[in-house]
Design a protein around this ligand. Sequence first.
Ligand SMILES: *Cc1c(COP(=O)(O)O)cnc(C)c1O
Length: 377
Amino acid sequence: MTQPLLPDPARIRALAAEHGTPLLLLSTQVIRQQYRILSQALPGVQLHYALKPLPRAEVVAALKDEGAYFDLASNGEVDVVRSVGIDATRCIQSHPIKRDEDIRYTLAYGTRTFVFDNPYELPKFLPYKDQVELLMRLSFRNKEAQCDLSAKFGVQPSDAHELLRKAIGMGLKVRGLSFHVGSQMLNAFKFIEAIGFCRQLFNLAALDGVRLDTLDIGGGYPVPYIEPVMPITYYCHPIAAELERQFPGVRLIAEPGRFVAAPSMTLVSSVMGKAERQGLMWYYLDDGLYGSYSGKLYDHCDYQFMPLSKLEGKAGPDRLSVVAGPTCDSIDVVYDNILLPEMECNDLVVSPMMGAYTWASATDFNFFPKAKIVVID
Ligand SMILES: *Cc1c(COP(=O)(O)O)cnc(C)c1O
């Protein structure tokens, strides 16, 4: 297991006493730090924070101070960046499928860059032809990623040149290409493959007399949940080298989400009750699979979990246990057969690395409220 980034246990106790649980402790310093190390690892690349994993104004405000750009996918995300006063020209709208009202809403804000990946999307831009600038999204299937984002979006590489010609033939302004290699992608080779293909397509476009000037390499940068991952500088080194070699002078964009958001939040929840069933200890928390741990389902993610007493060095011997959420649904089990020291009602438990795809996909099913987010710095 990797060493988690955690606030001091005494501080966690004090914050839980003040705010109640479930609680997500948000460090905007960690947000800034993640942004900075990724910027250094990808020199010359404009980092557009993808709001999806943690669409919060506090995060956007911290990144604004760092000079970041933003990647939006819905009108609600436009509202978040607007509330923080982000310059609309620092944003792109990257959802490949849009309604007319989505295009109008985004243009009214002042963001002009959109993404398409199929011919049915193109006529939607015709009324706004003089305002919009487009990126064409490519699909590079990836079974190795935790979430393969090319399963749902992107034009097949074999159809890409034809689609590009079609868009240009309709008089639309296509500025470049985009892709997403898949989220929590543990090695960088998919980026290299994708960048190489995009270079060929840039060349084919040039033969057609079209000069593309933007390449968007998407998100996917990994973070350590249970197992360590390659430090981001090493991870990005071949990507940065390939970009420098293949795309000199081209505007480069990346859309990190998880990498910026994941380490920024620690979940603190409480034991609501316990039971002994068939020799196993069962603990029922006030947060679960329908709440902050929803990423276990949707994001296929696993998180570290520990009683606060263990962090304080006060825990007893381990017993085989089950950790469940608060709802009355039997699917709502967070950990099955996990070794834990015996806990009592109201004991606090923590999970680090809970910033990305957690609160964002949580529900208040059964009216157990979503965790409250508190900024701790
Ligand atoms: C979700 C998403 C991202 C963020 O991906 P991460 O893997 O979290 O970095 C970036 N771009 C697009 C288009 C997305 O859908």
